[in-house]
Design a protein around this ligand. Structure first.
Ligand SMILES: Nc1ncnc2c1ncn2[C@@H]1O[C@H](COP(=O)(O)OP(=O)(O)OP(=O)(O)O)[C@@H](O)[C@H]1O
Ligand SMILES: [Mg+2]
Length: 185
């Protein structure tokens, strides 16, 4: 099969791949694990944030901010995965004060295409303006309101990178990478 090269968008490669990490953690689960018990996203995010909080000067605010960011990425990966297919891969690497969080999920072509469009828009438009115009059109009961990532970008010093990898026509691996300097949060 003709393997496609991933499309990389945003600040994906700001930490050199060959730099040895000071620590790392990996978790693998299936989207269904989260979608049947949504609370697990929060539990997992709290666990991961707590796990890392011994690396830097422990502050509850830092751990909370980290957990909020991780929770959003886990929720998205679970919501926008192909129903029962595939897995969600969470990889954290620590480089001194920098934490790199990769969340990979498998999406359909339709979801991949709309996410790729969204991400390109994020990079070319003003995040605050996008946030407020999305907020105005949001329905109260919306679980896909399109505010999560905008809110992360608006409220936290986090840098995002994205990788879109076509495995076959309707199978696309999406990685959202968040890079956080724990001194800044
Ligand atoms: N991991 C992902 N895989 C596929 N598509 C994604 C992924 N994360 C986000 N998206 C796409 O990007 C859009 C924006 O994501 P975002 O988290 O900002 O909003 P949301 O999850 O729809 O709503 P909210 O976070 O406000 O509940 C989503 O609606 C979805 O189309
Ligand atoms: Mg979201």
């Amino acid at each position: 099969m003709n393997q496609k090269t991933p499309i990389i968008i945003g600040e994906y490669h700001i930490i050199p791949e060959n730099l040895p990490a000071d620590g790392q953690l990996r978790l693998i689960f299936q989207p269904i694990d989260m979608t049947t018990y949504w609370r697990r996203c929060g539990l997992t995010a709290n666990f991961v944030a707590g796990f890392y909080s011994y690396c830097y000067e422990a502050s509850e605010t830092k751990a909370n901010s980290l957990s909020t960011i991780i929770n959003e990425l886990l929720e998205n990966a679970s919501k926008f995965s192909k129903a029962r297919e595939g897995r969600i891969n969470v990889e954290l690497k620590q480089y001194g004060n920098l934490l790199r969080i990769d969340v990979l999920n498998v999406a359909s072509k339709t979801l991949r295409d709309s996410f790729e469009l969204f991400v390109n828009k994020l990079l070319s438009e003003n995040v605050e303006e996008m946030y407020f115009s999305t907020l105005e059109t949001k329905e109260d009961s919306d679980t896909k309101s399109g505010l999560g990532l905008l809110m992360m970008l608006k409220d936290y010093p986090v840098r995002f990178g994205y990788s879109f990898h076509e495995i076959d026509a309707d199978t696309h691996e999406i990685t959202v990478r968040a890079i956080i300097n724990v001194e800044e949060i």
